[in-house]
Design a protein around this ligand. Structure first.
Ligand code: BG6
Length: 470
């Protein structure tokens, strides 16, 4: 198909994202200030690619001013990162702020603003304090919801005058799914009820933070609060009822489980019925349910990388424990286009399909792409004679996804922006520095020096001209 030029609406945000634990490194962290991610890395460093973990990451803690200058060079309207809860709070039981850490976040936020880059702050990108994981079992405990609410208040008090977008979590479903549902991450415990309890408490924690944000007037300067979810656009193998039902079950357990309560204030009845039948229903009370109903989000961030394709199970579920896989299997659609590095399918139409779903099923709430990007191994092999990575594949990837996203916008979906994962290469869970996502290269062989990739220069031309070709 021939390419054409697309225009990007003037108010549509174009930015990039990252997180505290994937960039900052441990400089300035006290021994008791590990996050769950730090703890996981310390327990099983051998499982992390080449042993790289969050120890130094990109050394953002020391180099954020240099990175802010690069954000200007790449033309970012906004930058998302998280506040590392485990670093920001000194005493987790009483929510006393660690002033040294806060001084760092103060200066980071001020530096972004003075550089003309709007900061977007996420309160938890997996950085649950290790202390709370070890003492209370993390989000299994109702007490942790109250502690998180107190932490959120401290962040709002300090930054609501400067930051206009607060996001309560990044991908709140992920950590417990890996630990307790699939048992592939330390401490490797299969316990579906605990996974569901974590989900419920994070849903409640979002509602609790929204309540504080609005009732205590932290939104008085026009700020907004939301949550960043990672729903997967799920396509059934066929239109046959058993395949469609398999897709609906996937959607219920991995998408609607957060979308419905965050946006509509309700937890799907089908979900609680199935969990109850299988002895996995989370503990909850009427007050919690009311809190969730009355405190929905202002907007939603969506991380969207790849579709998921499912089919009805061809053999029965033979495990003794309950897992949503009881109702579906993954479907290996032949001929689909894959990213050979990350093993993820490339199917840009997910942007459009998801955008239309927000319009048609979720009251056309304001939303934005909070992450989308392409992870590629050994990018240093793609350098030109000046040492600049020639990542045309990333430019194509972004252009195609933007094209489909803007089609949804044209058709009335209330999408207000696109944020690329990631601004610089960074440490990922386990894949640490293996699949590189950045507009900016981090050279691990040379003092973590930063070098803009071809895609970084291209991104600048897009934000300057508000046009791109696809
Ligand atoms: C997202 C997460 O789901 O995927 C990020 O929010 C993560 O934290 C990104 O880094 C890419 O994942 P991976 O495993 O390909 O590096």
């Amino acid at each position: 198909m021939s390419k054409r030029i697309y225009n990007i609406p003037g108010s549509f945000m174009l930015g990039a994202a990252s997180s505290a634990w994937q960039t900052e490194g441990w400089t300035g962290k006290k021994p008791h200030q590990d996050s769950y991610m730090d703890l996981w890395y310390k327990k099983t460093p051998e499982l992390w690619h080449n042993g790289y973990g969050p120890t130094i990451a990109t050394d953002f803690y020391n180099r954020y001013r240099e990175d802010a200058a690069l954000m200007v060079e790449a033309g970012l309207d906004c930058y998302r990162t998280s506040i590392d809860w485990s670093r920001f709070i000194e005493d987790y039981e009483n929510n006393t702020v660690n002033e040294e850490a806060a001084a760092y976040y103060d200066d980071l936020i001020d530096t972004l603003i003075s550089s003309g880059v709007k900061p977007m702050i996420c309160l938890e990108h997996y950085e649950l304090p290790a202390y709370l994981f070890e003492k209370y079992g993390g989000w299994a405990s109702r007490h942790v919801v109250d502690l998180y609410a107190g932490y959120s208040r401290e962040v709002f008090k300090r930054y609501s005058g400067k930051v206009k977008y607060f996001m309560t979590f990044n991908e709140p479903i992920v950590v417990q799914t890996r630990i307790y549902l699939d048992s592939v991450r330390w401490p490797f415990i299969q316990d579906t009820k605990t996974a569901m309890q974590w989900n419920f408490h994070k849903i409640l924690a979002t509602a609790a933070a929204c309540k504080i944000y609005r009732e205590e007037g932290f939104n008085s300067d026009g700020g907004k609060i939301g949550v960043i979810l990672n729903p997967e656009v799920c396509y059934p193998r066929s239109a046959a009822p058993h395949d469609v039902e398999a897709a609906e079950m996937f959607d219920l357990f991995f998408n609607r489980i957060y979308l419905d309560p965050s946006i509509k204030g309700t937890i799907p009845q089908e979900l609680t019925d199935i969990l109850a039948e299988n002895g996995c229903l989370f503990d909850h009370n009427d007050w919690d349910i009311d809190t969730i109903r009355e405190n929905t989000v202002d907007l939603i961030g969506i991380n969207l990388y790849q579709p998921v394709r499912v089919k009805a199970r061809e053999s029965g579920w033979s495990e003794t424990y309950f897992h949503p896989k009881k109702y579906y299997e993954h479907h290996d659609l032949q001929g689909r286009k894959m990213n050979p590095h990350r093993g993820w399918e490339i199917f840009p139409k997910i942007m459009y399909d998801f955008g239309m779903r927000m319009k048609n099923e979720y009251g056309n709430i304001e939303w934005f792409i909070a992450e989308n990007g392409m992870g590629v191994e050994n990018e240093h092999l793609n350098k030109n004679e000046s040492g600049v990575i020639q990542d045309d594949y990333r430019i194509d990837f972004i252009s195609e996804h933007l094209k489909w996203l803007l089609k949804a916008v044209e058709e009335g979906s209330n999408c207000i922006g696109y944020m690329l994962w990631a601004f610089t290469d960074n440490v990922s869970p386990q894949n640490a520095f293996k699949n590189r996502y950045g507009l900016v290269e981090i050279d691990l062989e040379d003092n973590r020096n930063r070098r803009m990739k071809k895609s970084g220069r291209w991104f600048r031309s897009v934000t300057d001209s508000r046009t791109f070709t696809a």
